[in-house]
Write a protein that binds this ligand. Structure first.
Ligand SMILES: Nc1ncnc2c1ncn2[C@@H]1O[C@H](COP(=O)(O)OP(=O)(O)OP(=O)(O)O)[C@@H](O)[C@H]1O
Length: 314
């Protein structure tokens, strides 16, 4: 897939006159020979929970860094709530939870949050953000004694201090257990209902599908699909038809020419066909070849993701 597939306007929670939370226009970012972001146009709306989904090296972190004003695009423009990213951050409108760094092991959880609060002119009460992040009971614990998931929730508490209109999260639930994850998303969902825009980067279609209103799929620095979880899954709703086929090699070309067929693998006397129209393939195999023992399977979520972002994605 080389062109962006815009499947919905993603504006369900938005009134027509709402300010766009994040606006990217023709954004590229180069590091020497590497084009980490290769031309992204994107509008994210207030109150949306958006997953930026893509494999390693797709450009997710680079894009988030530009939205945070940590780096500037090579070309194009980034606006956050109508402002230049650094101006939006300086006003406390944007906060982020990144994967690592930013914590002092010898400080307690409460000291860490209180210290961060002291850096802002105006923040929410420390106890409130500890409670929202589900770590009130850990307040007196040294950061170094907290698990990875607990440290991630501590970063989340710190990010909630300025009550940001836009919250950016890079792999937010790494290390969290099931209950921690559930609480985390429940908090984010409640905040989004009050208008906070939440953008998170993830490798997992399942997490994106479960928690995001909208999934922006990136691959090699470009947006390759943009829509709800159901829409993204439908894009890759192919099936696999497997059959025993004596002389499979002689039939491969004809099978490959059938409508909807995306790939044909011949492994000895077994043929494996990836297709959007499994009925047509099954009909052809049974009517025009000596195929037998047909099996038709639907693609799982992870396969759908791989077929949209893999090397052979069209
Ligand atoms: N500071 C840098 N210098 C050189 N290359 C960089 C730099 N930062 C990122 N890259 C490259 O840009 C590309 C995109 O990286 P990025 O970290 O944005 O991907 P990602 O989608 O966040 O990946 P991951 O899921 O692995 O975190 C990669 O090829 C990466 O190696």
């Amino acid at each position: 897939m080389t062109t962006t597939q815009t499947l919905s306007d993603g504006a369900a929670a938005t009134s027509p006159d709402a300010v766009t939370a994040v606006c990217l226009r023709g954004v590229t970012k180069r590091f020497g020979d590497v084009e980490a972001v290769a031309g992204i146009d994107l509008d994210l709306h207030q109150g949306e929970i958006v997953a930026v989904l893509g494999p390693n090296g797709a450009g997710k972190t680079t894009t988030i860094d530009m939205v945070l004003g940590l780096s500037r695009p090579t070309t194009g423009s980034v606006e956050v709530l109508g402002l230049e990213p650094r101006a939006a951050v300086a006003r406390g409108l944007v906060a982020a939870v990144m994967q690592s760094g930013g914590l002092v092991k010898d400080m307690t959880v409460r000291e860490t949050v209180a210290y961060t609060a002291s850096l802002f002119a105006d923040t929410r009460p420390v106890d409130d953000v500890l409670a929202d992040a589900g770590i009130s009971e850990l307040a007196g614990r040294k950061v170094g004694a907290c698990s990875g998931g607990e440290q991630q929730r501590l970063r989340f508490a710190m990010a909630l201090l300025p009550d940001p209109a836009l919250l950016l999260l890079d792999e937010p639930t790494t290390g969290m257990d099931v209950e921690g994850r559930r609480r985390f998303w429940a908090t984010l969902r409640a905040d989004a209902a009050r208008g906070r825009t939440v953008v998170f980067a993830t490798h997992y279609l399942e997490e994106a599908d479960q928690y995001a209103d909208r999934i922006v799929l990136v691959r090699k620095g470009r947006v390759v699909a943009d829509g709800t979880g159901a829409e993204i899954k439908a894009l890759a709703s192919g099936r696999t038809v497997r059959a025993t086929l004596p002389g499979a090699g002689d039939h491969a070309a004809a099978i490959g020419a059938l409508p909807g067929v995306e790939g044909v693998d011949v492994r000895g006397e077994t043929v494996v066909v990836h297709t959007k129209d499994s009925d047509a393939v099954a009909r052809h195999l049974l009517d025009h070849t000596p195929a037998h023992d047909l099996e038709i399977t639907a693609q799982g979520l992870e396969e759908a993701f791989l077929s949209l972002t893999g090397e052979d994605a069209r």
